[in-house]
Design a protein around this ligand. Structure first.
Ligand code: ADP
Ligand code: MG
Length: 425
């Protein structure tokens, strides 16, 4: 990837931060830089953990780690987004479920909470942002890959906690840094290892989509991913159409508890429906007509969750075709249906997301708009004719902010390649 002038400035800033944090480099220590992008999901929400289809794209907002290798197995990391640096010994890492409790040593920045947790056995790990880095190290080590320590500085342009997968970008970039920038791992393996870091080490029960998009994205293309087989198809966007992310600025307080409830409801639907379809192991294997015939077997809320998943899977596949044929009307219809389904059947939208979608849809040249990601705040995704982007920006700062009292942000995003080494200095 050719480096632009802003890229070079960002590298200089990171190298300077590395020196401030850990002192000047010795003669032999080179600075390596890796990057991993965030992602936006064009369509297919809450389908990944149901072994269904998703259509994300890696975006230009990304996370970089500049690092100098260490030979003693220690990792020290600082982030421009946190005043609390983290550190851990790779050999000491244990996932919570292995240890039956948190075995980390107390650190300055958690006030010794970790040691207290260890003393009382299965208390949940107290969280620190560097757990995502430690999780990547743990996951690579579990896979018997050679992991090396480093002193590193993290910088991200992804708004953190907005649904654009800053966590996946941090895990994927960390995995690359731990392997060393010279070592290449196939994107699907990198994604699976990063996902394991988040699920088994950090303790967030996520699907594979975020890490896969960050690892395997391709410039200018969305990625149709079958979350069961991990088969992929790259899909170009129609000429002149831009992807624009609108961040609602709303907090996502309910998110993780509702996310876990929804996963449980999907599992319940599968268990109940398996009585009529022996061997059924995921909603992915149902079609809408069969589900409609057997709907009475399910409590109403569980049936609605299943209806969302089944219809959303079909919409993802149709959207990929509509992108390829450039059918803008069809794209608008599919995004609208997806939003309504997430709002009314899956019940994960919010007034802020609904308002953001409404404001965008009123702008001529906005082809399609819907909420994206897990829901309850976070972002919407929009397909917008290039010359309508300024009008969308203006409408968000005028209309959306006035109607919600929040501060919306608009990010027109280029679609970029997945993660990789960036430079060695
Ligand atoms: P999202 O992935 O949608 O941005 P998550 O809640 O999954 O939101 O992940 C956000 C968390 O990831 C943050 O709270 C923080 O712990 C960690 N994180 C991600 N990027 C960074 C970063 N650049 N610096 C420090 N922490 C980060
Ligand atoms: Mg995340």
């Amino acid at each position: 990837m050719p480096l632009t002038r802003p890229d070079r400035e960002r590298i200089e800033m990171l190298v300077a931060a590395l020196e401030t944090e850990y002192g000047p480099a010795t003669d032999s220590a080179r600075v390596e830089i890796v990057r991993a992008p965030g992602r936006v999901n064009l369509i297919g929400d809450h389908t990944d953990y149901n072994e269904g289809f998703v259509l994300p794209a890696a975006i230009e907002l990304d996370t970089w780690i500049a690092f100098r290798r260490r030979e003693d197995g220690l990792v020290r990391v600082a982030s421009r987004h946190s005043r609390e640096p983290g550190s851990f010994w790779i050999d000491d890492l244990t996932a919570e479920h292995e240890a039956g409790g948190d075995t980390r040593q107390p650190r300055e920045n958690d006030g010794g909470a970790a040691a207290g947790a260890a003393a009382t056995a299965t208390v949940r790990r107290s969280s620190h942002w560097s757990d995502y880095v430690a999780g990547a190290a743990w996951s690579l080590r579990e896979a018997a890959l050679p992991v090396r320590g480093f002193d590193g500085v993290v910088d991200s342009t992804i708004p953190i906690g907005s649904g654009l997968s800053s966590s996946a970008a941090l895990e994927v970039a960390s995995a690359l840094a731990l392997l060393g920038a010279g070592r290449v791992l196939a994107a699907p393996s990198l994604a699976a290892l990063a996902q394991r870091a988040e699920v088994d080490y950090v303790g967030v029960n996520c699907g594979i989509m975020d890490q896969f998009a960050s690892a395997a994205g391709r410039e200018g293309r969305a990625l149709l991913l079958d979350c069961r087989s991990l088969d992929t198809r790259y899909v170009a966007l129609p000429f002149g159409v831009r992807v624009v992310v609108c961040d609602t600025g709303a907090r996502r307080e309910l998110r993780s508890s509702v996310y876990n409830t929804r996963r449980a409801e999907c599992a319940r639907a599968v268990a109940l429906l398996a009585e009529r379809m022996p061997g059924l192991c995921s909603l992915r294997d149902l079609d809408a007509a069969w589900l409609a015939r057997h709907r009475a077997l399910l409590p109403d809320n569980v049936a609605r969750r299943a209806e969302h998943v089944v219809s959303e899977n079909a919409r993802v596949v149709t959207t990929a075709s509509a992108l390829e044929t450039g059918d803008l009307d069809e794209l608008g219809r599919l995004f609208a249906e997806s939003h309504v389904s997430l709002r009314d059947l899956y019940e994960v939208s919010s007034p802020a997301l609904d308002t953001m979608v409404e404001v965008a849809r009123a702008i001529p040249g906005v082809v399609a708009a819907r909420m994206t990601g897990a829901g309850f705040g976070g972002c919407t995704v929009n397909l917008v004719l290039a010359d309508a982007v300024p009008a969308l920006k203006a409408a968000v700062s005028r209309e959306y902010d006035r109607r919600t009292g929040l501060r919306g942000r608009v990010y027109p995003v280029a679609i970029v390649d997945g993660a990789g080494p960036l430079a060695m200095i």
